[in-house]
Design a protein around this ligand. Structure first.
Ligand SMILES: [Zn+2]
Length: 401
């Protein structure tokens, strides 16, 4: 038996007036999902435990089978794992954003934060600035790592996890009241401004009308998550297919292999077909029993508030991922169980995540059960099946219960 999760990030939504009361999933043309739905178990699952924040981190941990209440130790350590940063048990990782502050004030505390992403600075430019920070802020027991675009990392040996402010939560505010209480971190931030402000890259960015990356901002502190090995826990060999650092990090933590797909970028125009091909190859040729295919696009379209693009993303997943994976396994003569679900809703109306339960569909090629005409929020609610513990759904997929 082969096992597949197709994780459609943020796909669940609400009935929309503009779609005559349908949700984007209902409005999308999804021939493949509809075909599977007729013989699949469909129900609702609470992926994010009540009281926890509905992030892709907590929700995906849960779907992979790790109770976020027990295993979640912050977002930045998962990202640290994905970029190969070394983290000991006593180390603390911090997200280090490159941000844009106002420049007219006399002292650091008086500045206002304008942009948490420095105009989504390129990784190339950011790497040069991070190098400058790494040298200028060098201190025993502190290590900087370059990530992607404005997202980087600082790892402190033998540190403490403290409450820090996410920079995207205080845009246009004066920063004085939101700086770290930890003196080392605070001093590093003050000094980062002096190092970065007149760096040639920022002089050029100002000339080009772009936001200068003139300060580091530390937040999202956490320790290394102590995930048990996925293979040891479940007795199946698993692989992750995702473009997103966070998911790759969860895979590293769970000792699953990451399969890289060229052109997979987390956007609407990602390489859907390449992901499907990689999944089928992993299962039929490379000896994996389980693959987790994560597709970011519906979530991004939800954040953008674009109903049409969200529908488009769902149709592309149906046409280019779900169809080809099912066909590929059927042609190879493999029996399979396929679980399709979002991690959390990202309704286009609210443009952010919610913690509501999500619809799931579990199809077993060897066991045709009586299903529904289609897979949607509505049909999933109608069946009355509700799984309260999201981290146990994987046991159901893997026939462990
Ligand atoms: Zn999101």
């Amino acid at each position: 038996m082969k096992y597949i999760v197709i994780l459609c990030d943020g796909m669940a939504d609400e009935p929309l007036e503009s779609l005559s009361g349908k949700t984007p999933l209902e409005a999308a043309k999804t021939l493949n999902m509809d075909r599977l739905a007729k013989n699949a178990e469909i129900g609702m699952v609470q992926t994010v435990p009540k009281g926890m924040s509905p992030g892709s981190d907590t929700a995906n941990l849960s779907v992979i089978g790790y109770d976020p209440k027990k295993y979640y130790s912050g977002r930045s350590p998962l990202e640290a794992l994905s970029i190969g940063a070394q983290m000991g048990d006593l180390d603390v990782s911090f997200r280090c954003n490159l941000v844009t502050l106002t420049e007219d004030e006399d002292c650091y505390e008086e500045r206002t934060i304008l942009d948490h992403s420095s105009g989504e600075i390129s990784t190339e430019d950011a790497a040069v600035l991070m190098e400058a920070l790494s040298k200028g802020l060098a201190k025993d027991g502190y290590h900087f790592y370059v990530g992607t675009s404005y997202r980087h990392l600082l790892i402190q040996n033998n540190g403490h996890v403290t409450e820090l402010t996410p920079p995207h939560d205080i845009l246009t505010k004066k920063i004085g009241g939101y700086l770290p209480e930890d003196e080392v971190l605070r001093e590093m931030m003050v000094k980062s401004y002096d190092i970065l402000k007149d760096h040639p890259i920022n002089i050029k960015r100002r000339e080009e009308g772009k936001n200068p990356a003139n300060s580091a901002w530390f937040w999202g502190a956490g320790t290394r998550p102590a995930l048990t090995s996925f293979e040891e826990k479940n007795k199946v060999k698993g692989a992750m297919i995702s473009a997103v650092d966070l998911l790759k990090g969860i895979a590293v933590g769970a000792e699953m292999d990451n399969i890289t797909v060229e052109g997979a970028n987390g956007g609407l125009h990602t390489n859907y077909g390449g992901k499907a091909e990689a999944a089928v190859k992993a299962l039929t040729e490379d000896g994996y029993d389980f693959v987790y295919v994560h597709i970011e696009a519906p979530d991004e379209m939800g954040h953008q508030g674009s109903t049409d693009d969200k529908i488009k993303a769902i149709e592309l997943i149906d046409d280019l991922v779900i169809g080809p994976v099912a066909e590929g396994l059927e042609q190879a003569g493999e029996d399979y169980r396929m679980l399709i679900l979002p991690d959390h809703p990202t309704p286009v109306r609210v443009r952010t995540h919610t913690g509501d339960p999500v619809p799931y569909m579990l199809y077993d090629s060897t066991n045709a059960v009586k299903g529904q005409d289609e897979y949607s929020e509505r049909t999933a609610q109608k069946t009355g099946i509700f799984r309260e513990k999201g981290d146990r759904l994987i046991d159901h997929l893997l026939e462990r219960e």
